[in-house]
Design a protein. Structure first.
Length: 138
């Protein structure tokens, strides 16, 4: 799915996993999906409050990060805390330390470099799974 193409969730359903979203960049996970996920989170999950956003060192992560941060900033009831490049444990620390309502991490963890992903957690660091996000996006 090239960047800028409308989302076809049926074609990328398999990237929505139990604990996160992970897929090949940009064929499965790209800036369009990042915007859709961020908007859905802002409208249906984190309707107000503080959200910490971070990314890993993958080449595609800064672009996905910018799309998510930019989308979230369009919602005046959200305070977006830009952690920039951090590890997932550091993002979790920041959520607790800053008394945030949740966080979004752009990372594909241990997957190959051509992959990327989105991990979402609530204020208790409980994952908001990819399958749950898919239902909200549909």
């Amino acid at each position: 799915m090239p960047v800028g193409m409308p989302l076809n969730l049926a074609e990328i359903r398999e990237i929505f996993r139990e604990y996160d979203i992970r897929g090949v960049y940009p064929a499965q996970i790209n800036e369009e999906l990042a915007r859709a996920v961020a908007g859905t989170l802002a409208e249906k999950v984190f309707k107000r409050g503080k959200i910490v956003v971070g990314h890993d060192a993958r080449q595609s992560s800064p672009s996905l990060y910018e799309e998510i941060v930019g989308t979230l900033k369009n919602y005046p009831n959200l305070e977006v805390i830009e952690a920039e490049m951090v590890t997932t444990p550091m993002l979790h620390f920041l959520i607790g330390h800053l008394a945030a309502d949740g966080g979004i991490m752009i990372t594909a963890s241990h997957n190959p470099k051509e992959h990327n992903g989105i991990k979402v957690t609530d204020r208790q660091m409980i994952p908001i799974g990819g399958r749950d996000l898919l239902k909200l996006l549909a």
